[in-house]
Design a protein around this ligand. Structure first.
Ligand SMILES: [Zn+2]
Length: 770
């Protein structure tokens, strides 16, 4: 067994040496910075090289050198480039396990890996052996101090810091000569996993790792037991300081690009920061600047809220702008903080927040149009409703009664959205949402039940997800995966990665066109007016408000689009875990996020107009029909003129039944109740008659047929008048010709939706928020 393995190693070594590069001292060239380019191939910024400060080994304190040696390569001073003890043990373990661990590498080998590009990257074993041989050659050309100096200047230590000096500045705002034992140990612990041990993000793990380094330092005699004990007990004290060597343009966009280089392209930190890559992105510097300026504007944020102990809870914001046809992300702003840490938490791409009513088109309206053939003129009764033990309520307690789907969306009436979701069924609605980029959110949507119709999700969704979902409506039903990276080239121009547009049809074109048509009304006449004010290009969009009930964050949104650009803005409270006390004054989808949205879009469209227009309903094959706005059916004999509405229908979905909710009824002329046999003054009017009663607070209550019998005219006070027995039955049909009232024979009235709006708008307490 041992013999066979030995033979295999020998064969590997032979084949590895056969084509290995010849070592030249000049090969030690560090890190070539990678360059990021914008959507037009213009240079934006350089990543990797900017945060490096090379220092002479004589300036590095012994304690710092020893910290790295203790943890990375304790026999560094003695070995000749490779450490036979380590490599034999590790190689044997690797062969047994079939995997490769980096633990066998000496500092010299690590330097070889960092600095010599020509090493074969095809095969791991082969690379290892080449590295070892080059390390031995390197040791012949350089002193130990030179090797250590190059190593300490080149090593990546997280937060974009290359080399010990940049890292000392980044984490402690100190010169390397001022580092303490515990600080040196913390930095020495980073090369193994700079992100996982990042003390800004993972202080516990960083401390644990630091203390392992301290233990090794003591074990090898670089510090004594007392010094080790003292250092171990020190808390980690970080100081980002004023010296931000990490200032660069468009930090959130740049960081997202780096993240995607890892997640999508599969590159590592050393690849990204030191291989001289050319990274072509979809960034629009102009739009990015507009978006940053708007998100950072303090006037667009409400005052801080308070937690239950009266402590202030701050707030933050984010924005995404993308092209719905290509998925190209034009701008990303992950926080209102203009100078974040490198790789700071990006709230545009990674923060899940409850979308409130911006979710309605995705989970309620879209699915109802797609699967149930609903039209904007379909009618729902917007009245206090309980489904099981779930009783959704409308914002401000306003119930409009029988309204069209278009009107309900314009006013963001919650009850109607819940009814739509209930009628469609949660399972089908979740399928629809999954197609719009919420595949991984199926579980949390299902668990939310019908509250999902109002965006009351357990965790929430990201602004980027919302932008991609709304982009599907803007792109006639085709979902396009958002991308930030178009192409990555190696230094020599070889293409390392090229993005392929990932698209799929998520809904019928007619569904997308109907939703866009309705959302244009929302944007212009409904809750979206603050967002669209002063912008003359075609716009569609929706507000969203998730209040801070149930110990959740308060989150407010605007999601909207022109034919060319989708923009989603979010403003929300800072801390997810803090119980908030009371309301967030004036914070609705129609306020703060709408102000940010308006700022971004009005700047974009100040001197330009979209290349396209929204696909017209007619071009998408929709047909126009006039129906009764209280039943959604064809106008009936008693449909009054102001209860007609004309809207778009998918062919085959125009109703065929005739309205039967409008009826002519005789009522007591004095109080409008059903006439008793003693009522002498009676009047015949058109009422809406449905088999259930509604609350008086419903706005069309007065149009509904009375159910109580007149108690004013009774036997006691009828002055001896005897009733006519013919009139005993108040429900008896009435001859229409005798008492003509408003007749329902009117034809097409294209403005009847306006009539309905006007009628409802007359009522007091007409809140615009949802
Ligand atoms: Zn009466």
């Amino acid at each position: 067994m041992m013999m066979a393995a030995g033979g295999a190693v020998a064969a590997l070594v032979y084949s590895s040496v056969a084509d290995m590069p010849v070592f030249k001292p000049s090969d030690i060239n560090f890190a070539e910075a990678s360059d990021i380019y914008d959507e037009s191939d213009n240079f934006v910024t350089r990543i990797g090289f900017e945060n490096r400060e090379e220092i002479d080994i004589s300036e590095v304190p012994e304690i710092v050198k020893n910290a790295f040696i203790a943890i990375e390569d304790n026999r560094f001073k003695e070995h000749m480039g490779v450490d036979p003890y380590r490599i034999m043990g590790a190689a044997w373990a690797d062969i047994k396990s079939g995997s490769l661990k980096e633990g066998a590498s000496t500092i010299t080998q690590q330097l070889v890996r960092q600095s010599i590009e020509a090493i074969s990257t095809e095969k791991k074993f082969k690379r290892k052996i080449q590295e070892a041989i080059l390390a031995i050659q390197m040791e012949r050309h350089f002193t130990k101090d030179e090797i250590l100096e190059n190593y300490l200047n080149g090593i990546y230590l997280g937060e974009g810091a290359y080399g010990i000096q940049a890292a000392a500045q980044t984490y402690f705002s100190k010169d390397v000569s001022q580092l303490t034992v515990e600080e040196a140990a913390l930095l020495a612990g980073l090369p193994q996993a700079p992100s996982a041990y990042n003390p800004f993000n993972n202080p516990e793990d960083a401390k644990e790792r630091r203390n392992i380094v301290i233990k090794q330092m003591a074990q090898y005699g670089y510090i004594n037991a007392n010094e080790a004990e003292e250092a171990r007990n020190k808390e980690i004290v970080l100081d980002k300081g004023k010296k931000t060597t990490n200032e660069y343009p468009y930090p959130y966009y740049r960081d997202y690009v780096i993240r995607m280089l890892k997640e999508k392209v599969g590159l590592t930190d050393p690849d990204i920061f030191s291989q001289g890559l050319k990274i072509y992105t979809t960034l629009s510097p102009e739009i990015q600047q507009h978006a940053e300026k708007a998100v950072q504007n303090k006037e667009y944020y409400p005052p801080p809220m308070q937690d239950s102990n009266g402590n202030p809870v701050g707030n933050d914001g984010a924005a995404v702008v993308l092209d719905p046809h290509t998925g190209h992300i034009k701008a990303l702003v992950g926080s209102k903080d203009p100078n974040p840490n490198q790789m700071a938490w990006n709230k545009a791409t990674h923060e899940q927040r409850r979308p409130g009513s911006t979710f309605k088109p995705i989970i309620a309206y879209g699915p109802a149009v797609e699967y149930l053939g609903k039209s904007p003129a379909s009618v729902f009764d917007d009245i206090p409703t309980s489904i099981g033990n779930y009783s959704p309520s409308n914002y401000g307690g306003t119930y409009y009664g029988l309204i069209t789907m278009r009107y309900a969306l314009t006013k963001s009436q919650n009850v109607v959205a819940v009814k739509l979701l209930q009628e469609t069924g949660l399972n089908k609605a979740v399928d629809f949402a999954a197609n719009l980029g919420f595949e991984n959110d199926r579980k949390q949507i299902m668990e939310s039940g019908l509250a999902a119709a109002l965006g009351g999700l357990k965790y929430g969704v990201t602004p980027l997800q919302m932008a991609a979902a709304y982009g599907t409506f803007a792109n006639n039903g085709i979902y396009t995966e958002p991308i930030a990276i178009r192409r990555v080239e190696k230094q020599d121009g070889t293409v390392l990665y090229e993005s392929k547009p990932e698209k799929h049809r998520a809904m019928k074109e007619t569904t997308a066109v109907i939703i866009t048509d309705m959302l244009q009304d929302v944007a212009r006449k409904g809750t979206g007016t603050n967002a669209t004010k002063g912008i003359t290009v075609p716009l569609a969009g929706k507000t969203g408000t998730a209040d801070n009930s149930q110990n959740k964050t308060a989150d407010v949104w605007f999601a909207g689009y022109s034919p060319d650009l989708v923009t989603v803005t979010w403003v929300g409270s800072d801390n997810q875990r803090v119980k908030l006390n009371g309301k967030w004054p004036g914070a609705y989808g129609a306020t703060y996020p709408s102000y940010i949205w308006n700022d971004i879009m009005s700047n974009i469209y100040k001197d330009s107009t979209p290349k396209n227009n929204f696909t017209s309903p007619r071009a998408a094959g929709l047909v126009r029909a006039t129906v009764d706005s209280k039943s959604g059916k064809l106008p009936g004999p008693h449909t009054p003129e102001d209860h007609l509405v004309t809207d778009w229908f998918v062919p085959g979905t125009v109703p065929t039944e005739v309205d039967d909710t409008h009826v002519l009824m005789e009522v007591c002329a004095v109080n409008g109740k059903l006439p008793s046999i003693y009522c002498t003054q009676r009047v015949t009017k058109v009422f809406i008659k449905l088999p259930y009663k509604v609350s008086e607070k419903v706005k069309d209550y007065e149009l509904r047929a009375p159910t109580e019998i007149c108690d004013m005219h009774t036997e006691e006070n009828n002055d001896g008048w005897l009733p006519n027995m013919d009139e005993l039955n108040p429900w008896a049909p009435v001859d229409e010709n005798e008492q003509p009232t408003q007749e329902g024979e009117q034809q097409n009235n294209s403005d009847s939706q306006e009539n309905q709006d006007d009628k409802n708008n007359k009522k007091p307490n007409d809140k615009k928020e949802d």
